[in-house]
Design a protein around this ligand. Structure first.
Ligand code: ADP
Length: 402
């Protein structure tokens, strides 16, 4: 059975075709600049063949049509007809309080997801565009499944998800912590349990997804009980371009003194802050590390801030769960940057945590792999795991379709 996994953005459409009989990716690709004249589709088969399609794709429908052509009749085709695809799994960013699990998509589900558009204005409408375009191309008979970034965090206790603002805003607008990156936190949680040979129900795990966007979750017995991202992905610690949490007065102060509107403040905090805003160099961790190594003080500060804030969140989650059995690093930075893993772990020797620094360094780039980087004597196991959000979506899709 082959499952197509779709992640639709406002002007992009990423996809992977996965053979669920062996959980191997067959092909993947990305349509970029949908809506512009110079749209481009880059499609790659797992055996190395690839094809690039450059033509205007005014909407996600044309993008999908090109994806299907690439899959079925291009030089890098991997299936002979659309009928080989049994189901489609869609990433949906915001499932609000209604979607605590993945579900089969019907008109009712689409309407419910649309209701959450105000909570994720950049993501949910785009996800729906992807779903609609897909239904148009595949017809009603191919089942479509929605897998939400928020579902894994939807069992957090109220004490963790409520903000200290008047209760009416929770009732009126659903203002609360939702958390994101749920599929990644879920994937690495299960992976760690598997690597430890234990039932996830018996483990306290802290999962650190460190990418351009980044979040940490406290997972107790397989349930996310707290996480750093909140009402939106802006909350938590400093990321590539996002500020992470700060004294809310900073927002009103800058807005007042710089004459900025709410939308401008939103852009400032989401796109110009974080590691980019502090370093003035880049949002990309590699560039910032290079600049820091060359002596750039602000780049060094950005890295120190990031490490320090990550350490503080991990420490607070150890407290929240009254202990921790394992810590796991994932995401582009967590999977590749051994310095961050070492710097963070160095601050938890009081827990009896010890990593094998040489091994950690040797396994800097772990693409597609998972390693235990702590020593056998360590009281807390530490892992670097290559996340696979597409696989979670494909597995959920398969389970629901079956
Ligand atoms: P997102 O999916 O949030 O866009 P990723 O998980 O792809 O982000 O992570 C992107 C980040 O990972 C970038 O900051 C990038 O510099 C970092 N990264 C990727 N590869 C490496 C590497 N080899 N060494 C250090 N950092 C890396």
């Amino acid at each position: 059975m082959k499952v197509l996994v779709v992640n639709a953005g406002s002007s992009s459409l990423k996809y992977q075709l996965i053979d669920m009989s062996n959980e191997k990716m067959i092909a993947k690709g990305n349509c970029e600049r949908i809506g512009a004249d110079d749209s481009v589709l880059t499609h790659k088969a797992a055996d190395g063949r690839s094809v690039v399609v450059e033509e205007a794709m005014p909407t996600h429908s044309e993008a999908f049509t090109n994806v299907i052509k690439a899959l079925t009749e291009s030089e890098a085709s991997v299936i002979s007809s659309l009928s080989e695809i049994s189901a489609v799994g869609h990433r949906v960013v915001q499932g609000g309080m209604g979607f605590t699990e993945s579900c089969l998509i019907n008109e009712e589900v689409i309407a419910a997801v649309e209701k959450f558009n105000p909570l994720a204005p950049l993501h949910n409408p785009a996800n729906i565009l992807g779903i609609r375009a897909c239904i148009k191309v595949f017809g009603e008979n191919v089942p479509q499944v929605a897998v939400f970034d928020t579902s894994f965090h939807s069992h957090m206790p109220a004490k963790a998800y409520m903000y200290g603002v008047p209760y009416e805003y929770f009732e009126k607008y659903g203002v609360r912590r939702y958390g994101f990156h749920g599929t990644s936190h879920r994937y690495v949680t299960d992976k760690v349990a598997e690597l430890m040979g234990k039932d996830v129900k018996d483990l306290k795990i802290i999962t650190c997804h460190l990418g351009n966007g980044a979040s940490i979750a406290a997972v107790n017995g397989g349930v996310s009980v707290d996480t750093t991202m909140g009402f939106t992905p802006l909350d938590g610690f400093i990321m590539g371009t996002r500020s992470g949490s700060l004294d809310p007065s900073v927002v009103t102060f800058i807005a007042e003194n710089e004459g900025k509107s709410p939308a401008e403040m939103d852009a400032l905090l989401n796109k110009k802050s974080g590691v980019l805003g502090i370093s003035g160099v880049s949002n990309d961790n590699r560039d910032v590390c290079e600049a820091a190594a060359a002596g750039n003080e602000r780049a060094k500060l950005a890295i120190e801030m990031q490490n320090y804030q990550i350490i503080k969140y991990i420490g607070s989650y150890v407290a929240a769960m009254n202990g921790v059995d394992a810590i796991v690093f994932t995401g582009g930075i967590g999977e590749n940057n051994y310095d961050i893993r070492e710097a963070v772990c160095d601050n938890f020797t009081y827990l009896g945590l010890e990593i094998d620094k040489e091994f950690n360094k040797e396994h800097a780039h772990i693409k597609g792999n998972s390693y235990k980087i702590s020593t056998d004597a360590s009281k807390v196991a530490v892992f670097a795991v290559s996340t696979d959000e597409e696989m979670v979506i494909a597995r959920d899709t398969l389970a629901l379709v079956k």
